[in-house]
Design a protein around this ligand. Structure first.
Ligand code: PLP
Length: 393
């Protein structure tokens, strides 16, 4: 099986598993206790905190470990909603956020908050004039903004630095869902001074069910989960030592890859060049200049993505239609709708995610399988095609 669904999740790197195993076996102690084993677990957690902080240019104290990306976004957004209050508070987000941001924002709207979902252009980038106008409106009564750093479906990187500056200039707190971004491209909270940032281990070869919320030093925060007061009373619950150590190791390895500028971009580009060069009627979606290095979002004229997925699975290629969370639903995703895709285009789109474990042989074999699957489906469906395109990423 050639795994090309790295935006949905990534496999653990062997070094990450090795780092975690002792904490699932003999290192089981509660890190809040006072005996030797507990102290060692505490030390391992604090080392991991340092590594996660280093990956995003933060101070260790600014990192709060959570039970994953969804918990991090919910903790930040639900706190911010409480902070601004529903009477005059405006919540600003984008129309292409992951449901881990959109759903909480919709629940705020249900109870009386003013909610603005700023649109994107055809390339999937935030409409900055609209974002600025929303920030101007919020300035009057207070509010906050949450804009994702990169989109999980298209891989399009958003103008977060600009958006953060616009929000902060107007006194609005700024959260970013950087769950698809951290570990894949450089993220530095000293250069982009967001107030809150969510990240998740399993998107960069760490374990599932563990993530972190970055809270800028001095930014106010009250926890989503209350109880034993762990994480300096910012996230209660006995710490998941093995998971946290795995996140720390994954962060350390991601930092090494980033410092060597090792990304799957060349594989992704070779894959796209072959598909686009050899298959007619293919479009590469998302603004090419601002894409995550491992994401390819393609539409195949006249081919239903659902059919392609089955054929590709038979040919040993794992990828997905739209966002992983939408798989199974035949509706075009909200991201594709926001980008102005026709229903037909949206339903004929596939997402391929490459990681540091993907090889060039796999990328080329997958491109060949895509070609076979598209040709087969078009034969069966009698679908129309378009011209073969010249591709330059
Ligand atoms: C952009 C984005 N936000 C949030 C999440 C949710 O993260 P987690 O699976 O760690 O809860 C995902 C995962 O698919 C994502 O891609």
């Amino acid at each position: 099986m050639i795994y090309l669904d790295a935006n949905a999740t990534t496999p653990l790197l062997p070094e990450v598993l090795d780092a975690m195993l002792p904490w699932l076996k003999e290192g089981f102690h509660n890190p809040n206790a006072s005996y030797q084993g507990a102290k060692e677990a505490r030390k391992a957690i604090e080392e991991a905190r340092g590594k996660v902080a280093a990956l995003i240019g933060a101070q260790p104290d600014e990192i709060v470990f959570t039970g994953g990306g969804t918990e991090s976004t919910n903790a930040a957004l639900k706190w911010l909603a409480r902070l601004i209050g529903r009477k005059s508070g405006r919540v600003i987000t984008s129309a292409i956020e992951h449901s881990a941001v959109l759903k909480p924002c919709e629940t705020f709207a249900d109870v009386g908050y003013a909610l603005t979902r700023v649109g994107v252009d055809g390339g999937g980038r935030l409409l900055m004039e609209d974002f600025e106008a929303a920030c101007d409106t919020a300035k009057e009564g207070g509010g906050f903004a949450s804009i994702m750093w990169a989109n999980n479906e298209t891989g399009v990187i958003q103008p977060v630095e600009e958006a953060c500056a616009m929000a902060r200039e107007r006194g609005l707190a700024f959260h970013t869902d950087a769950i698809q971004t951290v570990g894949k491209i450089p993220v530095d909270v000293r250069e982009v001074p967001v107030d809150y940032l969510s990240l998740s281990a399993h998107k960069f070869h760490g374990p599932k069910g563990v993530g972190a919320l970055y809270i800028r030093s001095g930014a106010r925060f009250e926890p989503l989960l209350r109880g034993g007061g762990q994480e300096k009373d910012r996230r209660s619950g006995t710490e998941n030592t093995a998971g946290i150590v795995g996140l720390g190791k994954a962060a350390e390895l991601a930092m090494e890859r980033l410092s060597k500028k090792e990304t799957p971009a060349s594989l992704r580009n070779a894959f796209e060049a072959k598909v686009v060069g050899e298959v007619s009627g293919v479009s590469v979606n998302g603004e090419l200049l601002h894409r995550l290095p491992g994401t390819s979002h393609l539409s195949f004229t006249g081919c239903e993505a659902a059919g392609l997925l089955i054929l590709l699975d038979d040919l040993g290629v794992a990828c997905s239609a739209g966002s992983a969370c939408m798989t199974g639903k035949q509706q075009p995703s909200h991201v594709q709708k926001a980008m102005g895709f026709s229903d037909a285009k949206a339903k004929s789109s596939l997402r391929f995610g490459f990681s540091c474990l993907t090889t060039m042989e796999e990328a080329m074999a997958a491109a060949e399988s895509v070609k076979r699957a598209v040709e087969k489906l078009r034969r069966v469906q009698g679908g129309s095609t378009g011209p073969v395109m010249v591709y330059s990423p």
